[in-house]
Design a protein around this ligand. Sequence first.
Ligand code: SAH
Ligand code: SF4
Length: 368
Amino acid sequence: MDNLLNFNHFQLAEYFESLGERPFRAKQLMRWIHRFGVSDFEQMTDIAKDLRAKLKLQAEITPPAIKLEQISDDGTRKWLIDAGNDNGIETVFIPEEDRGTLCVSSQVGCALECTFCSTGRQGFNRNLNVSEIIGQLWVANHALREDPYYGQLTKDDRIISNVVMMGMGEPLANYDNVVTSMQIMLDDSAYGLSRRRVTLSTSGLVPAMDRLKEDCPVALAVSLHAPNDELRDILVPINRKYPIKMLMEACERYLVKAPRDFVTFEYVMLDGVNDTISHANQVLEIVKHLPCKFNLIPFNPFPNSGYQASSQENIKNFRDVLMQAGYVVTTRKTRGDDIDAACGQLAGNVQDRTRRSIRINSVQGVIT
Ligand code: SAH
Ligand code: SF4
């Protein structure tokens, strides 16, 4: 059976051609599947009966299964989604006054081992396929539409107005599936989000950033977290392969095609590690000449992390240095921490297939 959730518009058109059907059917199917969330071919009333019957024989629309839904006091929702073999991934919906943001996972675990990240600590199992990535929008939309609060919206209203590829995993390490999924997010017949409303966050896989700017230039966030190579080599080990100078140059190149005229740098605030005034001044030095904004993320603790969150005062002092230099700085609100849905707390359920001791070297081989 072909799971049609795996196909973008173009691939669906090819699929219909291979069935001897006209490719424009793809547009109808994209609307039924993604805009209206229909999984039963019988409900697709503008598709001819014999084609529906044909599809039923060889195709399916099978979203991933929800294992658990949790709702935080602040309205944030987290779904644990089945990824087979005892694996689970997490998806988080964050409602705000003017938007609803879905935080989407791209891998079961992550192989990059950033030392302050709970996902990184879990190890890596596998890449998600397209039906599991776009399936997170599909199942979240379904669950939200069943809620009386959101359900009153008509089918064409977007409950999910923004997507951030900031869940579990490094999206650029699962490049093809993530790009195909984002093409479906942007497709007018499917979710119809603008490129500015889809943000990909990366720890800095430079060659893949260069590809992304050609293939699907969405808004870019980069996990900086340290202002010099010595410290970043430890916190974000992929820095040993793509050090700060290379990363900054890649950001500059990306901006030529980006939907926004700045890059957002994420910076997790770790007490006594990367949060001093001197660190802030070093940050100013490395981003010189690059149009950017900063998003300071209070560290979200998890058991045995070995790190502590910076004090409010240190965060404020750090922020002031950047702001006085003329930068826009936001400090991320911690949402949904009563259900462990905050950044870096997503751990899902990962059957680690990598051997920790050799992981870094082998992984660096894989993601070039
Ligand atoms: N792998 C991608 C995207 C996922 S994480 C990346 O690293 O960019 C989204 C953001 O949360 C990243 O900036 C990540 O570094 C940050 N993060 C990870 N663990 C965290 C923690 N414990 N507390 C706060 N932020 C964390
Ligand atoms: Fe992976 Fe991002 Fe976590 Fe680093 S911060 S381990 S790249 S998910």
